[in-house]
Design a protein around this ligand. Sequence first.
Ligand code: FAD
Ligand code: PYC
Length: 416
Amino acid sequence: MEKYSAFKLLKHSFSHHENWKRVWRSVSPKKSYDVVVVGGGGHGLATAYYLAKNHGIKNIAVLEKGFLGGGNTARNTTIIRSNYLWDEAAQLYELSLKLWEGLSRDLNYNVMFSQRGVLNLGHSLQDMRDIERRVNANRLNGIDGHVVFPDDIKKIAPLINISKDVRYPILGASYQPRGGTARHDAVAWGYARAADALGVDILQHTPVTGINCSEGKIKSVQTNYGEIFAKKVACVVAGNSGVLASMAGFKLPIESRPLQALVSEPLKPCLDTVVMSNAVHGYVSQSNKGDLVIGAGVDSYNGYGQRGSFHIIEHTLQAICELFPSFSRVQMNRQWGGVVDTTPDACPIIGLTPIKNLYMNCGWGTGGFKATPGSGYVFADTVANGTPHKLAAPFSIERFYTGALIDEHGAAGVAH
Ligand code: FAD
Ligand code: PYC
């Protein structure tokens, strides 16, 4: 690695990046691979990395239709926590949180994971009952968290309004100190660099336009480079999961919907934790640059437009201004949307499909960023062994036939 000095830093600042070493190789695709991962978001790249690192599979390609992390990975508000209600979900998200805790070291890349704590606010007696139930369930699973009340919340987030005289008074919250945020694009770049170093071919601007099967078994994918053959195909395409499934000739119980976020002008440090309120549909944290990062609720209609309805953002900002009256004077800089893949029980679908050697990992909906490392880890294991990893098994598509649903609507960051 190049040795750092003040001079080198200055030289690089004027270099327009010309002499910067590429973080991953630029490659042409081979004719065939052991595994083709479709989707170069955080989950797809993590899958490729763990396939190579943990399972010794090196002949892997990641095919991304746009640029790496240009989907929901770099469009989300980066909230990370593991405080889900049911054992199955809590254990999966907790595996992920544990991996986050060692991720910068594992990838040798700073993903800026910051454990600044997450507050989930309650505004009614029923909210508080649900919060207490969830915190108790978490503690039984060895997951940190406790119930806090308005005076404690004011200490954690001093600008918050704990007045009783508002539309949605704060009655309390769950607080998970190990939760926090990370730098989203660094997560994609860190996994990409580490996967590339293990020999994974990463191809950007390579959309998969068809999935070819023969006698119920995967054969190849169709791309702008022509047909690429694969022993196994692993689809991790978030909001486009239904489209990929229809290419393979089956349906998923998934609806794709726009979800929005926005950032403000940068401010001096004023919020040192993450505040979420599912009831009012507002989430806010402060980025390392100082911007307020604010998330909204899902649009009520299905769609593939990476934007969203104005009234949703308006509703969220009303809620944020009520929670933090001083933020009403802050100017917003940018707004955007992503397309999220929601399932009927607000839990992902991970595993095998009706096509042999075709695997799907989808349905993370509004809450999959936090799951990136855990999702990649269990999916890689599932693809490598051809059977679901034990933490992935409850999330198979069969649950929509058997009825063994895992209802996480209450713990999902965004109601849908
Ligand atoms: P993506 O990053 O979307 O990756 C999928 C990739 O597949 C894309 O890059 C896409 O271009 C590619 N692709 C699609 N079709 C094809 C094709 N045919 N061929 C090749 N490539 C294809 N989660 C949290 O945990 N915390 C949050 O705070 C949070 N906030 C959010 C806020 C917003 C506004 C949004 C939109 C989402 C939020 N989420 C949050 C959800 C989270 O972003 C997603 O669940 C997660 O990023 C999904 O990761 P992924 O890698 O599967 O998706
Ligand atoms: O899953 O924690 C979450 C979340 C927050 C905002 C969007 N999703």
